[in-house]
Design a protein around this ligand. Structure first.
Ligand SMILES: *Cc1c(COP(=O)(O)O)cnc(C)c1O
Length: 457
């Protein structure tokens, strides 16, 4: 068997990407106030800002688009998608939403109240925001291994069951349900094991608490289970996913991830306890329950995408791609979060810029350097994103300085990854010339999206 793992698709439609010169990129980045969020996408060669809604649809999905039934109520497209979702999840009740955060908002509005507490391995930022908005405490209880970037562990997304039990004991009356996120996006796209999901579900049941899974990357998580968890080697991805869902009472989904579409999301629930409240909240903000926030054609594309996302050849290629870049980084002596996760590789900026003071935002500086060197756009996950400027003018800093390179699905080929590895290598070779930045203008919240920067002299 040849060792090279090829993309399990061929290309039917292409979209040119634009090469720019270094001089142009210097100018473009200056115009963007040294903030890659403000670049125009057409000025980026390889866009690894996010894997969310950025992937390529298949010819079957584009074909399905034409089948969309745009009826307001009772559209054929709804029933087609409902059948697919019931088959994959085993859950009876399904409502579409326009994306994942809308599913969260609708479910939490229907089920949570001020003063509640929700445990999770790590809440994704929109999940946390939607809970906190209602006045719910969002508690992250990932295992300690999940917080150590260079430590290798097969399931760094697992939840710490002892700590879950402790909060169930002390705060049961405040807990409307327990949650877990697969894969753990905030924790580096790291998977959760079946054993952990099963034990967590059992624990919640003992305390009479429902179990909700954030299933944005359920297919990637299932593939990790197949590759890493004894006993699942011969199970199909659909079987593994079905077992994961069998332990849950409900799930929220951003279809922009393993749904393989550019926009969409949904809620599924096993029984109808919460359904009246969910439907009412849905109608208020998303739409009638047979379309939620989605067009009929998008429901069709999702029905196809969910099935394609479970394809083992695709998933093997997907996870291998991140691992492949990781191997190249390892050989070049560049640190990253290990092992590589499902959808992204997280560079440890400290290993490229060990002497840059944190006040000069080394991960932001590395992010800028990747663009200047090779037109690659990643995202800083460091002290710009998670630090704060306090009222007295001083700053708080994040414990890690990472640059996330997140990979759109079915979009970039192996040669793009080879190119990126070369660019990263080159950046490391020129590290002494990389300049830090200072913030010259920033909003009070979520400053990384819109802040203006200048070079440190
Ligand atoms: C993307 C994401 C969400 C939110 O979904 P959107 O479609 O971006 O609103 C929620 N949870 C996780 C784990 C995600 O990755």
């Amino acid at each position: 068997m040849p060792k090279t793992l090829i993309e399990p698709f061929r290309i039917k439609s292409v979209e040119p990407i634009r090469m720019t010169s270094r001089e142009e990129r210097v100018r473009l980045l200056e115009e963007a106030r040294l903030n890659v969020f403000k670049l125009r996408a057409e000025d980026v060669l390889i866009d690894w800002l996010t894997d969310s809604g950025t992937g390529a649809m298949s010819s079957r999905q584009w074909g399905a688009i034409m089948e969309g039934d745009e009826s307001y109520a009772g559209a054929r497209s709804f029933y087609r998608l409902e059948a697919v979702i019931r088959k994959i999840t085993g859950m009876l009740h399904f409502v579409p939403t326009h994306q994942g955060r809308a599913a969260e908002k609708v479910l939490f509005t229907a089920t949570c109240k001020k003063g509640d507490l929700v445990p999770n391995n790590c809440h994704f930022d929109t999940t946390r925001a939607n809970l906190e908005y209602i006045g719910v405490e969002a508690v992250d209880l990932v295992i300690p291994e999940g917080l150590q970037p260079s430590l290798v562990h097969p399931f760094k997304g697992n939840i710490d069951l002892a700590r879950v039990e402790a909060v169930l004991k002390s705060d049961a009356h405040r807990i409307p349900f327990g949650m877990i996120t697969v894969t753990n996006n905030t924790g580096g796209g790291q998977p959760v094991s079946m054993a952990n999901i099963r034990a967590y579900a059992r624990l919640l049941k003992q305390y009479g608490k429902p179990f909700i899974i954030d299933v944005c990357r359920f297919a990637e998580n299932a593939m990790f289970i197949k590759m890493r968890e004894p006993g699942y080697e011969d199970a199909s991805i659909a079987e593994i996913a079905a077992e994961m869902f069998s332990y849950a009472d409900g799930a929220t989904m951003s279809a922009k991830k393993d749904g393989m579409v550019n926009m969409g999301g949904f809620i599924v629930l096993r029984d109808d306890t919460w359904m009246d409240d969910v439907r009412n909240a849905l109608i208020m903000t998303e739409g009638y329950p047979t379309y939620g926030g989605m067009a009929g054609r998008d429901l069709e594309a999702l029905a196809v995408g969910l099935e394609e996302g479970l394809d083992e050849d695709y998933l093997r290629y997907r996870l291998r791609t991140a691992e492949y870049l990781g191997e190249k980084l390892e050989a070049a002596g560049i640190g990253f979060v290990k092992p590589t996760g499902g959808h992204a590789v997280y560079l440890d900026a400290r290993t490229v810029l060990p002497n840059m003071p944190v006040e000069h935002y080394p991960a932001w500086a590395l992010c800028n350097a990747l663009y200047l060197e090779g037109g690659i756009r990643g995202v800083e996950i460091g002290s710009v994103m998670f630090g704060k400027r306090l009222d007295d003018g001083t700053e708080t800093f994040h414990k890690m300085e990472l640059v996330r390179l997140a990979f759109p699905r079915r979009m970039y080929t192996q040669s793009h990854f080879d190119y990126a590895a070369e660019v990263i290598d080159e950046v490391k070779a020129r590290a002494a010339a990389i300049r830090g930045v200072k913030i010259v203008k920033q909003p009070k919240f979520l400053r990384h999206f819109t802040a203006d920067f200048a070079w440190v002299d």
